[in-house]
Design a binder for this molecule. Structure first.
Ligand SMILES: Nc1ncnc2c1ncn2[C@@H]1O[C@H](COP(=O)(O)OP(=O)(O)OP(=O)(O)O)[C@@H](O)[C@H]1O
Ligand SMILES: [Mg+2]
Length: 403
């Protein structure tokens, strides 16, 4: 299997309007492509059945050392199941799990260099903060002086210095979460598995903790495998996002890749809001959709191939109706804080458009879409064929050949 490309980004935020295009990102990030030897966990053809129904269907994934990887997908798609296979809590029916190149499929959880923060974390209610964090070290019979050093270091790391004597019931939700994370990290795992660890927190606290977690991961230089169904959370925190649906990986890529170049309609729809149209590619660099031909930047499709076309709401320019490639009638306009969101009816299609200028319901507007804002995808009935598909990357091929 080919390695996945890992790119280090500063914290990307999902709601900040993207300024660079996918192809530019590749150039910018040239030189930080990690090679195969940095793979720390490798899942090969993992099959898990529950009641004779395949929950993971031949799932393969490479996770790199010091990478922040997020498994993202709707409820029931197999995220927790994948994490349980990595942690050793669930034996797959087929396939193998490798750690640092060694097959650990048969290894029990406590022998794996992996720690887990579960979806429902449970602190020990009869122990104070200090003792909760110290618990794992005491089991290992670590010397008292070292325990003290390491517990205090972890509490400082998660911002709970001075909370040692507090009982767990005297902590807020976010503080309890930090204790759970400190308790997992104090064992110095090479890999930390986190299953929706912020799910119980309110929005503001969740956003703070997202940034905290990213900081902790970077300062400890360990691998995080993070599960969420919240796409914004995934885009904010991750080096690599793995989008899953029904136990099958739909796309692996950096947040920018996933957002800018969704591989199929499922990914486009799941990641942010999209206009998705049925279309056709008469020839290279020309696509027809919404009843019009448009110049695009894509090539390599069969003549007249049926495709799906994605246009992000913020990529539609609103212009006077006489100047538009398309015209449509505004149905609704809603203020969203940084922009207005409009639903526009155009030739039987409904468009969602985000604009800093409001048009009024009933108004006839023009709409333009630049060629590189048109994203062309193979038809969704070929989705399965594109599981784990990645665009060709000549730079990476070269690097692989050289190494
Ligand atoms: N122990 C089990 N027995 C039977 N079915 C199970 C079991 N555990 C999970 N499943 C099923 O496997 C599928 C995947 O479950 P999983 O917990 O991995 O989903 P998930 O992606 O983590 O979802 P969520 O976002 O809701 O946590 C679901 O359909 C679930 O009902
Ligand atoms: Mg789950």
């Amino acid at each position: 299997m080919r390695s996945i490309r890992v790119e280090k980004y500063s914290l990307a935020t999902a709601n900040c309007k993207r300024t660079t295009h996918y192809h530019q990102n590749r150039v910018i990030n040239k030189g930080v492509v990690l090679m195969d030897q940095s793979v720390i966990i490798s899942l090969k053809d993992i099959v898990v059945d529950f009641d004779d129904e395949a929950v993971l269907n031949g799932l393969s994934l490479d996770i790199h050392d010091e990478e922040f990887v997020t498994l993202l997908g709707p409820s029931g798609c197999g995220k927790t199941t994948t994490l349980r296979v990595i942690g050793g809590f669930l034996a797959p029916k087929g396939g193998q799990v490798f750690f640092d190149g060694k097959d650990i499929t048969a290894l029990p959880p406590y022998k794996r260099p992996v720690n887990t923060v579960f979806q429902k974390y449970a602190l020990f209610p009869h122990l104070n903060v200090y003792e909760n964090v110290a618990f794992g070290l005491r089991l290992k019979k670590v010397e008292e002086k070292l325990i003290r050093e390491q517990v205090l270091e972890m509490l400082e790391l998660v911002g709970l210095k001075g909370f040692e004597r507090r009982g767990t019931e005297q902590l807020s939700g976010g503080q309890q979460q930090r204790v759970a994370i400190a308790r997992a990290l104090v064992n110095r795992p090479k890999v930390l598995l986190l299953d929706e660890p912020l799910g119980a927190l309110d929005l503001k606290l969740r956003k703070e903790m997202q940034i905290e977690l990213k900081r902790i991961q970077q300062s400890l230089e360990i691998t995080f495998v993070y599960v969420t169904h919240d796409q914004e959370e995934a885009l904010t925190m991750s080096d690599t996002v793995v989008v899953m649906n029904k136990g099958v990986i739909q796309q692996i890529g950096s947040p920018q890749d996933i957002y800018n170049e969704p591989m199929n309609a499922f990914v486009a729809d799941f990641i942010g809001e999209s206009n998705i149209f049925e279309g056709m590619m008469p020839k290279d660099f020309l696509v027809e959709f919404a009843g019009q031909p448009f110049t695009c930047v894509d090539s390599g499709f069969a003549p007249n191939e049926l495709v799906q076309v994605v246009v992000r709401p913020e990529d539609v320019q609103v212009v006077p109706s006489v100047a538009g490639q398309l015209t449509g009638v505004v149905k609704t306009t809603v203020f969203k804080g940084v922009h207005w969101e409009m639903i526009v009816e155009q030739g039987g299609n409904e468009w969602i458009i985000q604009s800093t200028v409001a048009s009024q319901p009933g108004e006839l507007i023009g709409m333009n879409v630049e060629p590189d804002m048109i994203h062309i995808m193979h038809r969704s009935d070929e989705e399965l064929a594109y599981a784990e598909f990645r665009p060709e990357d000549p730079e990476e091929e070269e690097a692989e050949d050289a190494g």
